[in-house]
Design a protein around this ligand. Structure first.
Ligand code: ZN
Length: 415
């Protein structure tokens, strides 16, 4: 039994911002774990996927993070009805205390939000070190800033762990598990814009979010390499709406940087293998039979994927053969922001479910793999049944038909 004084509130609390210290560590049961499924996991043998310093796997894994259950969920069912035409501050927005540099009190004068954070980038400017142990209150963010990138206060992976505690954990952890180490970034707009109205967010703000994410990824990867981490998986994504995991009403994106250096999930594994076996890059040569193309701009193509995992599942890719989100240049970022707004408006006009995920599929750092960055836009849909257990989906409509509907709306809008 530990003799820690449970009644004294420690700061930061266990696992806030992914911080584990002698002071806040209580029990091995709460440690975030990464666990591979032995029935769907194989060892990676190829030389091109990583540095091979230790055993690496491809297959299904889960991040287990008991502490995640305690994070604040700010969107309630009723508040999803947000008037997109107004730039209003939202009462349930937890990020306001951070951007305004103020604490928030309840009616009785008790602090409910302390405004503390670890800020990695302010627009593209570097601020706190991505491995910082010290959350703090920041000065009010300047009004002309577009977006800031923070360490997620309620992450699914540990980011920094005291050496002493790490030794204790390693000796007591369940077999076939490992402490899940990584950085969870969250990028928010400086001013409040509702997450569910992506097509109403100014283009330069959306571009600001992408630029701040990119700068924070580069800073985090650089610092991680300095600390001897290698084979770093980087997963940028948006969860837009509560039904797809977005717990906050303000527009925000996230990035998972997995620092476990032990391989990649089966979906990314499939992409890496497919690109490896292509004689020429499919995305560089294909025209998607034209009938599935939804929007083609100077820098990007959006199309309805031929084998959707949900109805209206769209894919998009930059015309330049780049491997990672962090390779994108400013003109590609601006064009992407403009295009995403057009696509989201068309989906809204068609009445497609407004809860959507945007996922960027990137080549991990340290991998010598030929890969072409691409993204997925996946509207929420309830699925159950046998699809959950297998890598197959049943879509109700032909992607060609989805693409035709979206093209018609986009053409009407621009003419
Ligand atoms: Zn390519």
């Amino acid at each position: 039994m530990n003799n820690k004084e449970e009644n004294i509130e420690k700061f930061p609390k266990f696992m806030e911002w992914g911080i584990i210290t002698k002071e806040n560590f209580k029990s091995i049961i709460d440690i975030p774990l990464k666990r591979w499924d032995p029935l769907s996991t194989v060892e990676i043998k190829t030389k091109s996927f990583g540095l091979r310093k230790n055993k690496r796997y491809s297959g299904h894994f889960s991040y287990l993070s008991p502490i995640r259950a305690s994070r604040p969920i700010s969107i309630k069912e009723k508040s999803e009805k947000i008037d997109c035409s107004k730039k209003i501050h939202h009462i349930e927005d937890v990020f306001g205390t951070i951007t305004e540099g103020k604490k928030m009190y309840d009616d009785k004068g008790e602090i409910i939000r302390d405004g503390k954070t670890i800020i990695i980038t302010e627009d593209e400017k570097r601020r706190d070190n991505p491995f910082s142990f010290i959350p703090h209150k920041i000065e009010k963010i300047p009004d002309d800033c577009k977006a800031i990138t923070l360490i997620n206060r309620f992450p699914s992976m540990a980011r920094v762990v005291d050496d002493e505690v790490m030794n204790e954990i390693q000796n007591n952890i369940p077999l076939n598990s490992k402490v899940s180490i990584g950085i969870n970034l969250i990028t928010i707009s400086r001013h409040f814009y509702p997450a569910l109205c992506l097509n109403n967010i100014p283009e330069d703000i959306l571009a600001g979010i992408f630029s701040s994410m990119k700068a924070a990824i580069l800073y985090s990867v650089e610092e991680a390499i300095n600390r001897d981490y290698y084979d770093i998986l980087v997963m940028p994504f948006f969860n837009i709406g509560r039904k797809v995991g977005g717990s906050q009403p303000r527009i925000h994106s996230q990035v998972y940087l997995d620092l476990n250096g032990d391989g990649h999930g089966s979906r990314l594994g499939g992409y890496l293998k497919a690109f490896k076996e292509m004689k020429t890059c499919h995305l560089c040569v294909t025209d998607h039979e034209d009938s599935r193309v939804v929007l083609k701009t100077e820098f990007w193509t959006f199309y309805a994927t031929g084998s959707p995992i949900r109805n209206y599942h769209l894919r998009f890719y930059p015309h330049e053969h780049v491997r990672r989100f962090s390779n994108l240049k400013i003109n590609q970022i601006i064009d992407l922001s403009r295009s995403l707004k057009i696509i989201f408006k068309a989906l809204d006009d068609l009445g497609v479910e407004s809860n959507r995920n945007i996922i960027f599929n990137c080549c991990p750092y340290g991998y010598d793999a030929d890969f072409h960055l691409f993204g997925d836009i996946i509207p929420h849909e309830i699925i159950g049944g046998a699809e959950m257990a297998d890598d197959m989906r049943v879509a109700r409509k032909l992607p060609e038909e989805n693409a035709r509907e979206l093209r018609n709306i986009i053409n009407l809008d621009v003419s």
